[in-house]
Design a protein around this ligand. Structure first.
Ligand SMILES: [Zn+2]
Length: 262
């Protein structure tokens, strides 16, 4: 099975005790590439770039998570300058995760808008794809993506079931992970079944959202196998086929096609 992990947080301290083993278990399960996603411009970005430098199969995305937007509100110029320097690193394949979260709302909406818009403008200027975190905020995120169009858009941990048709029409990629395996996710499975197959990629969002057999415990990229099995059932294909299609999609999204990235 050839799997691509499009959204991991392997820099989190949940992996401090066994990070190398976690990577090796995933490789043994068929994961050929990992994108580690930073949630801030400080420790997470530094640790993410260090991981990508240490492992030829680990790539980096850098950005400011909406939960941390409050720290940069009112001085987004500084954030953008810093992000632009980080994004120039040769192992950075996307900007993110960035977006809006009105489910938790750890940062005030105005701060979230300001920091998200600034990152979208930078992505457009740099020609980089964007990894979007969107929770209870599709009605605010979608117009922003239209106003500040990025090269390519990936809606990570997709949950915008009522907005799926609009997202498909705009050619956005969606990331599916452990949630697809949960018994209560019938609505999501219906949406994924109808979504264009060349726009679906796999992710764990580890250490969060472990798939069904490990639900509630720490997630890790080796568990992508269960997500591929669930997607195969949704599509009516084998897990291997679902893995192959989503890996090709990931390569196209991150710009590895025609390179030696995979
Ligand atoms: Zn994430």
């Amino acid at each position: 099975m050839n799997l691509v992990e499009t959204h991991a947080h392997l820099d989190f301290d949940a992996f401090d005790g066994d990070r190398a083993d976690v990577l090796d278990r995933a490789r043994a399960a068929g994961v050929s590439a990992f994108v580690n996603v930073a949630i801030d411009l400080e420790q997470a970005a530094e640790a993410t770039l260090a991981l990508a430098e240490a492992h030829a199969d680990v790539y980096a995305a850098v950005g400011i998570h909406p939960h941390g937007a409050g720290a940069w509100a009112g001085r987004v110029d500084q954030a953008v300058a810093r992000l632009e320097r980080l994004a120039a690193h040769p192992r950075v394949v996307a900007l993110g995760e960035m977006g809006l979260d009105f489910y938790r709302e750890y940062a005030p909406p105005e701060a979230q808008y300001e920091v998200f818009d600034a990152q979208l403008a930078l992505a457009a200027r740099m020609g980089l794809p964007v990894v979007i975190h969107c929770r209870a905020a599709y009605e605010q995120v979608l117009p922003r993506l239209e106003a500040l169009p990025a090269e390519r858009v990936l809606l990570h941990c997709f949950s915008g079931e009522e907005h799926a048709a609009a997202c498909a029409e705009r050619g956005y990629y969606i990331g599916v992970g452990g949630v697809l395996t949960y018994p209560g996710s019938e609505g999501l499975r219906r949406v994924v079944a109808a979504y264009p197959r060349d726009r679906v990629v796999l992710e764990t969002d580890c250490p969060f959202l472990a798939p069904q057999p490990r639900r509630g415990r720490r997630n890790e990229p080796a568990y992508l196998v269960w997500v591929a099995e669930a997607l195969g059932r949704v599509w009516g294909v084998t897990a291997e086929e679902a893995a192959a299609v989503t890996s090709r999609n990931a390569a196209r999204f991150f710009g590895w096609e025609g390179s030696d990235g995979l």
